[in-house]
Design a protein around this ligand. Structure first.
Ligand code: GLA
Length: 668
């Protein structure tokens, strides 16, 4: 990126050409530097099979180039035209229930369809040949949001591809039967041809088969991404290729973004607030931190968010004045190299006409437009942060595969939800004013050692090596905090040998003799040495210390008298275990103790919901302060500096007006 990006998805094919000229003039007024073009333009550029018509796209790209606006040119492979499906109805995906989905929306794709793969490669090649060296094209946007609206297809093409994938993974049927535990319910396979996708079954389907199917489906989509990416790398050398992720667990649960992050030239993300949540800025921060982590800490780009309400949530809550800027600048604070929106101009027709945009239906005499123009100036004022990296205090281990596994049927309690726990622990860290990096579960001890505190909020599926790495981290002086129902099964959803939690027993210094799920609404009380009692719900356990010391114990409930929260000194470090679902106060109490072990000082001088994040690099060290409250706030400054948005020198403390944002370049 030559500049911080500001702009959005631009769909000019929905508008007559006169409007394009107005668009470009308005883009200049707003300081737009980049737009994503052509995401849904397959039918426009290839109206009939093999007959290309680039006229309109040429003019659009040319207009943008003339105005100095960069183009993030899309391959339109998320929306094949009607003629394609007429010729290849088998490319429409089939649901788990056996229903073939129809044309008429978007994303109707079977990733294992040879016809789709060929057609997608053809249109990608045609676009690469035509625009691969166009000076306006600064990035390629492959497809759109792989993984939604459907990832898994259950058709015969997919069944055949799944069998190939399994042969490759297991080599022999004996290995597959062992991995899937097919001795259970007499499911043993004697021939590869007997294996199918985990279609709808009378009762619970083999969980290992389902888990592998999710992995297989992700790999099929990734293979299609790679095919397009490689074509573009050849035809457009040096231009980065991306595909827009939806890294927030609240938005897409079908892809393992740890794997995808390694495949793109620049990680880009789409993020939409869970607008109704009172503190939805915390979910935003979590998504941004997770995206940066998927990028390995490197700069990434927010490719879509909304200027105001969206059409697809139950209630399209409009953003309050200033909220859009706070959202955008929070992403930038957490590593994004700009802020982009869906979409430039609000559509008049189609399914998304009630989605907000940079140019709303109200036109330019509107609050949204004025804020869009003002945000463009803010982004430009932050140009110097480009290339710097967000500084994290602690790490959180997160794994999509574990989440998929935990969410399959017939777990001990349907109330214990991995995503909810990850969000709750993240919120507790946010409320202690700590910035978190996320780490994949296979992270080695050397990388782990870079963090004084590592939190494991939900890792039901834990490979043995992951447990060994966490143990080495603690032995070498780290502080670990693990939440209940982690370390239970291996990568095939098979329980580790011996008592729970098999993969984490050693590091935690305990065994779990029995899970004690609580009744709906039931609460338990935890008492420790000093301090008020803690309240928990959903889950309890019969914990047997084997080296760990109880710090809080169950005062009531099914595990009454037994340890609830434990601390294990191991080597030079400490491992905490929380065997129940603590509320916010309880998590804070445990984190306070774990932070003390880790040598992390409290940051109570920063007011609650005033988000303070640092980006640092060659150009300098920058402190972002975002005030999500309705009251003016003060943030202490260790070093004097220059404020970049309002301007002026600051020292001692920084005043951040209610709802406002300040960014300080700290003196070296
Ligand atoms: C996604 C898609 C966009 C649009 C927005 C609406 O992020 O990529 O095309 O549908 O959602 O919020």
């Amino acid at each position: 990126m030559a500049r911080l990006a500001y702009g959005g998805d631009y769909n000019p094919e929905q508008w007559p050409e006169e409007v394009w000229h107005e668009d470009v003039a308005l883009m200049r007024e707003a300081g737009v530097t980049l737009v994503s073009v052509g995401i849904f333009s397959w039918a426009m550029v290839e109206p009939e099979e093999g007959a290309y018509d680039f006229g309109r796209l040429d003019r659009i790209v040319g207009l943008l180039h003339g105005a100095g606006i960069g183009v993030d040119l899309a391959t339109p492979t998320v929306a094949p035209p009607a003629w394609f499906y007429r010729a290849h109805p088998e490319a429409l995906p089939v649901s788990r229930e056996g229903v073939r989905l129809a044309f008429g929306s978007r994303g109707a794709i079977c990733h294992d369809s040879p016809a789709y793969q060929e057609a997608a490669a053809r249109i990608t090649r045609a676009l690469g040949e035509r625009y691969g060296h166009h000076p306006a094209v600064v990035m390629w946007h492959v497809h759109n949001e792989y993984g939604v609206p459907v990832l898994e297809c259950y058709c015969e093409n997919s069944a055949a591809a799944f069998r190939d994938w399994l042969r490759n993974r297991y080599t022999t049927l004996d290995a597959l039967n062992a991995a899937w535990g097919t001795a259970f319910w007499g499911q043993a396979y004697g021939d590869w041809a007997e294996i199918g996708p985990p279609r709808l079954t009378p009762t619970v389907c083999n969980p290992a088969q389902r888990l592998d199917y999710r992995r297989f489906a992700g790999d099929s989509a990734l293979a299609n991404f790679r095919r397009e990416r490689d074509i573009l790398h050849t035809l457009s050398p040096g231009t980065p290729v991306t595909t827009n992720f939806m890294v927030s667990p609240a938005q897409c649960d079908t892809l393992d973004y740890w794997a995808w992050g390694r495949e793109v030239d620049l990680v880009t993300n789409d993020h939409y607030l869970v607008a109704e949540q009172e503190r939805n800025h915390v979910g935003l921060s979590m998504a941004a931190d997770l995206t940066r982590s998927v990028a390995g800490g490197a700069p990434w780009l927010l490719l879509e968010h909304s200027t105001s309400g969206v059409n697809w949530q139950p209630r399209g809550i409009a953003k309050r004045p200033g909220e859009m800027a706070r959202n955008s600048l929070a992403h930038i604070a957490r590593g994004s190299e700009g802020a982009m929106f869906f979409q430039w101009r609000a559509s008049r027709a189609g399914a998304e006409k009630f989605h907000s945009a940079m140019v709303p239906h109200a036109g330019t005499d509107s609050r949204i437009w004025r804020e869009v123009v003002s945000l463009g100036a803010d982004v430009a004022a932050l140009e110097e942060v480009r290339g710097t990296r967000t500084v994290a205090d602690v790490a959180v281990v997160w794994d999509w595969q574990s989440w998929w596994a935990q969410r399959l049927e017939w777990r001990p309690s349907e109330d214990l939800d991995a995503r909810e726990r990850a969000e709750a622990w993240y919120t507790a860290l946010f409320d202690r004013r700590l910035t978190a990096d996320f780490l994949p579960p296979q992270t080695g001890p050397a990388k782990l050692a870079g963090y004084p505190l590592v939190v494991v909020p939900a890792l039901y599926l834990t490979a043995r090596t992951a447990g060994q790495h966490l143990r080495a981290y603690v032995e070498n002086g780290g502080t670990l905090a693990v939440s209940c129902f982690s370390g239970i099964v291996d990568e095939h959803d098979t329980v580790h040998p011996g008592p729970h939690p098999g993969a984490l027993r050693d590091v935690l210094g305990l065994t779990v003799e029995e899970f004690q799920p609580l009744r709906a609404g039931e609460r338990v009380t935890l008492r420790g040495s000093g301090g008020p009692p803690l309240v928990a719900d959903v889950w309890a356990e019969t914990v047997v210390p084997r080296g760990a010391e109880p710090v809080w114990s169950y005062a009531d409930g099914p595990a009454a008298g037994g340890p609830a929260v434990t601390r294990h000194r191991l080597g030079r470090g400490t491992a905490w275990y929380v065997s129940t679902r603590l509320g916010a106060d309880g998590l804070d109490a445990v984190l306070a103790a774990a932070c003390a072990d880790a040598g992390i000082a409290p940051r109570e001088e920063i007011p609650r919901d005033v988000e303070v994040v640092r980006r640092s690099g060659e150009s300098g060290s920058y402190l972002f302060a975002l005030n999500h409250t309705g009251a003016d706030a003060k943030v202490p400054l260790e070093t004097a500096g220059t404020e970049l948005l309002a301007g002026g020198r600051v020292a001692g403390h920084l005043e951040v007006p209610a709802g406002g944002v300040r960014v300080v370049r700290l003196d070296r």
